[in-house]
Design a protein around this ligand. Structure first.
Ligand code: CMX
Length: 433
């Protein structure tokens, strides 16, 4: 089978033709309207952008290139990247070629380590990751080609090169910053004949005699790779990239959004909440105690982290997949058992609380089911990855695959610069009134 670069090159003409034909034939059709509530409410539900790598169905969750996530949970992350970009699963030969391509690009320049070493010791790991990506911007092939002058049709070529460079280097930087930030010793080098996910696990330097932690990392990197185009990180990356900023600028910007507590940072908050519960009750709580604790959180004006979603209206299949992993590999772990109990109790509590909110004239909680962040932390904790401010960095390495594949596709399709129209409150009062 062809390498990723060859296969993508072969698909580009067809992709352009299809996108061109759709715009020509259907360009004037209306696909969405916008209410005033949506304009003030984060554009929730407004269909105003295109993303072909994946879709999130409210009642099914993530579907990557037509495959429901749990059907492809055993693919390795690099295979997912190939699938995201081309719509096809790679064979062994293509996967190995991609693994070699990533290994060749895994070298971290010394200045990146110097910058990370000189950051204040209380810097958030996400700030360190995003800074490292940004200081590497000088390496961008896209910027170098653009400065020399290149045709629009060729934009995707150096963009794909930047994507591979970033994916090669990201696990090394992410694992290295873990070791620097949490005093674990020097960064560990990438091992060329090992797959991408197992490499990341190995470079973190945690003991893994059974290889189960490497399995978890592959699953983790698979599950977080993409979540269609409108979420904060993907949308930000798309917008920055649409100005023809290169992948280093765009991905760093997207990840700055992922660092927010309502988005990717929720996974750090989830485990915090679980450990608070366990501390209060001296271990796995009773159902009744957990119910009271959840109500206490909600009545103090806080959210229960890991529950709710802007799009999903069912249990996130990514949560279901992690829960299955926990049941198989760590069924007796008390933190995992607490996560599982929360899953039994919290949706009912949120439903009751939502009804109370509605009676008080507030919005309902649209989705009372767990999202991806509700369970992943407990699994990482079990394997000794106990520094939860780090968890969003793991999410980031994975999500970079989605953001980068979207960027490359956008350059191949000649996607326009993003520029929605904003209106003022005065305009809304006059027009809608
Ligand atoms: N606990 C308490 N209240 C919640 C809630 C939860 N888990 N989920 C939603 N609500 C509240 C919202 O805060 C909102 O209240 P206000 O109207 O007073 O502002 C109300 O219910 C309606 O919100 P919604 O339509 O159900 O949800 P949104 O699309 O506005 O927000 C999300 C979605 C994820 C930000 C929200 O559910 C939340 O804050 N969850 C907890 C944090 C979390 O798990 N984030 C991770 C999401 C996954 C990711 O992006 O990585």
């Amino acid at each position: 089978m062809a390498t990723l670069q060859e296969r993508f090159a072969a698909l580009v003409p067809e992709m352009r033709k299809r996108v061109g034909a759709v715009q020509k034939e259907l360009g004037d059709k209306v696909i969405s309207g916008v209410t005033v509530k949506q304009a003030y409410g984060g554009m929730r539900g407004v269909k105003g952008m295109i993303c072909d790598t994946s879709v999130v169905e409210p009642d099914k969750g993530l579907i990557i290139r037509g495959y429901p996530l749990l059907e492809i949970k055993d693919l390795w992350p690099e295979e997912i990247f190939y699938l995201l970009l081309t719509g096809e699963k790679p064979d062994k030969e293509a996967t190995e070629a991609l693994q070699m391509d990533l290994a060749k690009r895994s070298y971290v320049p010394e200045y990146v380590w110097d910058v990370l070493q000189s950051m204040p010791p209380d810097s958030h790991p996400m700030c360190m990751l995003d800074t490292a990506i940004l200081v590497m911007e000088r390496e961008s092939a896209f910027r170098a080609w653009y400065d020399k002058g290149m045709k629009r049709e060729d934009y995707w070529i150096p963009m794909l090169e930047d994507a591979l460079r970033l994916l090669g280097v990201l696990p090394v930087i992410a694992a290295g910053l873990y070791r620097i930030r949490f005093g674990k010793g020097d960064p560990i080098d990438y091992m060329p004949n090992l797959d991408w996910g197992a490499n990341f696990a190995r470079m973190l330097g945690l003991p893994d005699p059974t290889g189960d932690f490497a399995k978890l990392m592959r699953l983790y990197l698979n599950f977080h790779s993409d979540h269609e185009g409108g979420n904060v990180s993907a949308n930000t990356c798309h917008t920055v990239g649409s100005a023809l900023s290169d992948a280093f600028y765009a991905v760093s910007a997207g990840l700055n959004g992922l660092a927010g507590p309502l988005h990717g940072l929720a996974n750090q908050e989830c485990l915090n909440w679980i450990l608070e519960v366990m501390e209060r009750f001296g271990g796995v709580p009773s159902e009744e105690a957990l119910r009271d604790f959840a109500f206490e959180t909600l009545r103090s004006g806080k959210v229960v982290p890991g529950y709710g979603h802007a799009v999903l209206r069912v249990t996130d299949p990514r949560f279901a997949g992690f829960n299955e992993f926990g049941k198989q590999y760590l069924p007796n772990d008390p933190v995992f058992q607490t996560v599982d109990l929360v899953f039994q109790v919290v949706p009912k509590v949120l439903k009751e609380f939502s009804d109370e909110r509605v009676k008080a004239g507030k919005n309902p909680i649209a989705n009372v089911w767990p999202n991806v962040d509700a369970g992943s932390g407990a699994l990482l904790y079990h394997f000794g990855l106990t520094e939860f401010p780090y968890y969003t960095v793991l999410f980031s390495v994975s999500r970079a695959m989605g953001m980068l594949s979207q960027l490359v596709i956008n350059r191949a399709q000649g996607t326009a610069i993003t520029r929605p129209k904003s209106v003022s409150t005065e305009w809304v009062k006059q027009q809608a009134g």
